[in-house]
Design a protein around this ligand. Structure first.
Ligand SMILES: Nc1ncnc2c1ncn2[C@@H]1O[C@H](COP(=O)(O)OP(=O)(O)OP(=O)(O)O)[C@@H](O)[C@H]1O
Length: 311
C-alpha cells in the first residue's frame, strides 16, 4: 500500500511559515482533493513531498520513504506541478523519451501516454508551439509515464477545454479505481466535487479538514427540500403543525430547511396533498468550503459595500 504521509511538516521562507505543523495521509484507492485559499501552502506541501524543497522540520514520505531516496522516482510517483517545465525547443516525444530513459522506463510507454493524453498527432511538434492546454496534457502524460502508484497533480484542469476537463476527471477516477493514490489541488469547487472522494483542506499552512467529501459538505451545509403543490397554503400549514422551518416561494413552492426529502415526501403524501415537484437540494462543496475558509483567506478583496454610499 503506497500512501503519502506528511508528519508535523513545517516550511518557513525567511520569517514566514508557508506550512505549519501539518500532519495528514493520502491513501490509495481514492481521489483526494487538496483545497485551500491562495497562499495556503498546497504547492509548498507538494514540493516538499516531491523533494523539490527541504522541510524546516517534520517529514513527508511516499510509501514510507522520502522522495529523494527513491530509485527511478518516476516509477513511484508521477507529478504535474508546473506545465511550463518541458523544454520548449524539444518535441513532446523527445521530452518524454528523455524522462523515460533516465528512469529506465520502456520506450513504448512514451507512445502509450502520448496517445492517452490525446497528443499522438502532435507528438513531433516542438513544445514551444503548444497551447497552455496542450502543455498541461503533456505534463499529465509525463506524470503517467512510469505507471506510478502515486500521482500528484497541481491544478490539472488549468487551460484545458471542456472535453479535456472531462478527460482529466475520468482519468483521475480511473487511477483511483486501479488502487492508486491520487492527490489533486484545485480552486474549482464544482470540478473537485465531480472527482474527489476525500478532501484535505489547508488554511494559512495549517490543516483545516481531512475528511470524506460527503461528510465535509453535510457537516457544514443544511440539506433543503423543494416542494410545490397545488395548494401552497395547506402545505405551509402542514409544515407549521410539524414544526418544520420552511420558506414560501411563488406558485405554491416551499423550501423546507434542514429537511430530508424522504420525510417531506411521506408527510405530504400522508396529508393527501397533490405534489407537482419534490426535490432534495444538497449543499454544494463550494458552500461548505467558503463556510470553512472564510476566516483563513490571506488575500481577499475588501467586502463590497451592500448599501450605496451617500455623497
Ligand atoms: N520560494 C518561496 N519563497 C518565499 N515564499 C514562498 C516561496 N514559495 C511559497 N512561498 C510562500 O508560501 C506561502 C504558501 O504558498 P503556496 O504556493 O504553497 O500556496 P498555495 O496554497 O499553493 O497557493 P495558490 O493556491 O495560490 O497556488 C505563500 O505565502 C507564498 O508566498
Amino acid at each position: 500500500m503506497t500512501s503519502i504521509d506528511v508528519q508535523d511538516l513545517t516550511k518557513e521562507y525567511g520569517g514566514k511559515r508557508a506550512v505549519d505543523h501539518l500532519t495528514f495521509s493520502v491513501l490509495p484507492g481514492r481521489v483526494t482533493g487538496f483545497l485551500g485559499p491562495n497562499g495556503a501552502g498546497k504547492s509548498t506541501t507538494m514540493r516538499l513531498v516531491l523533494g523539490l524543497d527541504r522541510p524546516s522540520s517534520g517529514t513527508a514520505t511516499v510509501g514510507g520513504r522520502p522522495y529523494a531516496t527513491l530509485h527511478e522516482p518516476l516509477r513511484h510517483v508521477g507529478a504535474l506541478l508546473d506545465a511550463q517545465a518541458a523544454h520548449g525547443s524539444r518535441t513532446a516525444r523527445d521530452h518524454l523519451r528523455a524522462l523515460a530513459a533516465s528512469n529506465r522506463i520502456p520506450e513504448r510507454r512514451v507512445d502509450e501516454v502520448l496517445e492517452e493524453a490525446g497528443l499522438a498527432s502532435v507528438a513531433r511538434r516542438r513544445v514551444k508551439t503548444y497551447s497552455l492546454g496542450m502543455r498541461q496534457r503533456l505534463g499529465i502524460a509525463a506524470a503517467l509515464l512510469g505507471d506510478p502508484p502515486v500521482v500528484l497533480l497541481d491544478e490539472p484542469s488549468n487551460g484545458l477545454d471542456p472535453e479535456g476537463i472531462i478527460w482529466i476527471r475520468e482519468l483521475m477516477r480511473r487511477l483511483a479505481r486501479e488502487g492508486r493514490t491520487v492527490l489533486v489541488s484545485s480552486h474549482l469547487m464544482n470540478e473537485t466535487a465531480s472527482f474527489a472522494d476525500h478532501l484535505v483542506v489547508l488554511g494559512r499552512g495549517r490543516l483545516l479538514a481531512d475528511t470524506p467529501m460527503r461528510e465535509f459538505i453535510h457537516a457544514r451545509v443544511q440539506p433543503r427540500v423543494r416542494v410545490r403543490t397545488t395548494n401552497g397554503g395547506a402545505l405551509g400549514d402542514l409544515f407549521a403543525r410539524h414544526g418544520i422551518e420552511a420558506v414560501e416561494g411563488e406558485d405554491g413552492l416551499w423550501t423546507a430547511l434542514d429537511a430530508r426529502v424522504e420525510d417531506i415526501g411521506r408527510l405530504t403524501s400522508a396529508a393527501g396533498l397533490q405534489i407537482l415537484e419534490l426535490a432534495a437540494e444538497e449543499g454544494t462543496l463550494e458552500q461548505a468550503y467558503l463556510d470553512l475558509t472564510a476566516a483563513e483567506t490571506e488575500f481577499a478583496a475588501p467586502p463590497t459595500p451592500t448599501q450605496p454610499q451617500e455623497a
